[in-house]
Write a protein that binds this ligand. Structure first.
Ligand code: G3H
Length: 478
């Protein structure tokens, strides 16, 4: 009834005193695959205490040594790519190849973070007083970046390893300690990743990983007085967390409704390829997935035809077979997607394919002639279902994009670079891609959402900076 995994605290693997576990259901078989500990609030308190103690000496550990350990962890992580990828396949139904890529990308991310940290944290600033009116040159201000303390990292199910290390790496290189609360689906992959950090030899208590029910330890963690920073990626929960959290820096990456605006002069084959890749990879379960296509009427028929031809070639089935479209993460997610599809059906959308579902597996579906009164025009399906809205002017497309409460990424396809830049400027999204589908990477690029899509900016450099505070010492000359 599912292999049982321990949680990680104070440098060791422990069973929870609760005696309870949480089941991880394989999205493909819909059977319990693994079980993780249902940690208690008391156990969270202990982890927080240990994190606080470990951080003090870690902050005094030379930066180059911190970097050295991160490089070691990155190498071990890559060595363990096969078993970790297997967990991703079983827990979140990520296609086998993509699961391996997630782990390799994570190792690269950790190495890059170590290098970037050494560069940017090795620099400070010297200011002199006489540039401000009324001052003599008698004050010297030395400022540098110092750690925040304990960072709480909460990654989502779709990248349980990569979106964990994108928080762990920056936190550690900057001299913080780290408490990880992985998503339930993906928790075992995350624990295995933590094991790689354990093998690298980080000090006890510096990294811990608590698992359990959100209802028991979720608010308790995010409102814990021992937490000095929260880095969260996920859905609406992030909005609730930001309202409840204390006065600590927050980094939030929440949902998106990334628009793809297609102009008449675009390369239509490039458009179709990016709509399929952007909208359907990992079955649409990416915050940066293309979630609405806003296309000029004159080229709509042609693009819809090209997209349909490509969708017909996608392999649908289990992640073990490296299928393109795999079961979505939970039954409730599949039900939610179905609800959006049925709403669009009732309101008259054109179904380019027949709607088909078996268990959590939903076949790829393009919905044409979607109108603004349909839920799918605005809501995020997080599944392999993509709406097409035909537009008669660029302004109409920009208006739809900006009327969304999300603002993560967007993309525009045109051969006219001046137009593309003007559209990018007009789109209220954290990033706009010109002639390519939205994507977070390369992982050192800034990554941020506007409006309900988030707070702050990520990407390796921005995350390192965000997990530090400025400390100044002023030398006053007589
Ligand atoms: O799901 C949210 C991720 O940050 C998206 O990352 O663009 O690399 O798939 P990705």
């Amino acid at each position: 009834d599912g292999e049982v995994y321990k949680y990680y605290a104070d440098g060791e693997w422990r069973a929870s005193a609760s005696g309870k576990t949480v089941a991880i259901v394989n999205p493909t078989t819909r059977q319990t695959q693994y079980r993780v500990q249902a940690c208690t609030q008391e156990e969270v308190n202990k982890v927080m205490d240990a994190a606080k103690v470990a951080q003090k000496s870690w902050a005094r550990t030379p930066l180059w040594k911190r970097a050295e350990l991160l490089h070691k962890a990155a190498a071990i992580l890559k060595e363990h790519k096969t078993p970790i990828a297997e967990c991703l396949v079983k827990e979140i139904a990520k296609p086998a190849k993509d699961a391996v890529s997630e782990v390799v990308r994570s190792g690269d991310l950790v190495s890059y973070t170590a290098e970037e940290g050494v560069r940017i944290l090795g620099e400070g600033k010297l200011l002199v007083s006489d540039s401000f009116p009324g001052n003599e040159r008698n004050k010297y201000c030395l400022s540098s970046k110092v750690p925040l303390g304990v960072v709480l990292a909460i990654p989502p199910f779709n990248y349980p390893v990569n979106l964990a290390v994108s928080k762990i790496g920056p936190a550690l290189i900057a001299g913080n300690s780290l408490v990880l609360k992985p998503p339930t689906q993906g928790a075992v992959a995350a624990l295995h990743m933590v094991h790689c950090f354990h093998l690298a030899g980080f000090p006890k208590g510096l990294i811990s990983c608590v698992t359990g029910k959100g209802s028991e330890i979720g608010d308790f963690l995010t409102m814990h007085p021992g937490v000095n920073c929260i880095s969260f990626t996920g859905g609406d929960t992030g909005i609730a967390i930001s309202k409840k959290a204390g006065m600590v820096p927050l980094q939030m990456e929440l949902g998106g409704k990334d628009a793809c605006i297609v102009l008449e002069d675009a390369d239509l084959d490039l458009v179709a390829a990016n709509i399929v890749k952007g909208g359907f990879s990992y079955s649409g379960q990416r915050c940066t997935a293309v979630k609405v296509v806003l296309i000029m009427e004159a080229v709509a028929d042609s693009v819809v035809e090209k997209v349909n031809a490509k969708l017909a070639k996608l392999k649908v089935g289990p992640p073990e077979d490296d299928c393109d479209i795999t079961p979505v993460v939970t039954e409730s997610s599949a039900n939610f997607i179905e609800g959006l599809v049925m709403d669009a059906k009732e309101k008259g959308a054109t179904f380019c394919q027949e709607y088909r579902r078996e268990g959590n597996l939903i076949w790829p579906l393009l919905l044409d002639h979607v109108r603004p009164d349909m839920r799918i025009a605005w809501e995020e399906p997080f599944g392999p279902v993509l709406p097409v809205i035909r537009i008669n002017s660029v302004e109409e497309g920009i208006h739809h994009c900006n009327a969304s409460n999300f603002g993560l990424q967007g993309c525009v396809f045109t051969r006219d670079i001046n137009k593309a830049i003007m559209i990018s400027d007009a789109m209220e999204s954290g990033t706009v891609q010109i002639n390519s589908a939205p994507a977070r990477g390369p992982d050192h690029f800034p990554f941020q959402g506007l409006k309900d899509s988030g707070i702050g900016s990520q990407g390796i450099t921005n995350s390192i900076n965000m997990m530090t505070k400025v400390k100044s010492t002023v030398i006053n000359l007589p």
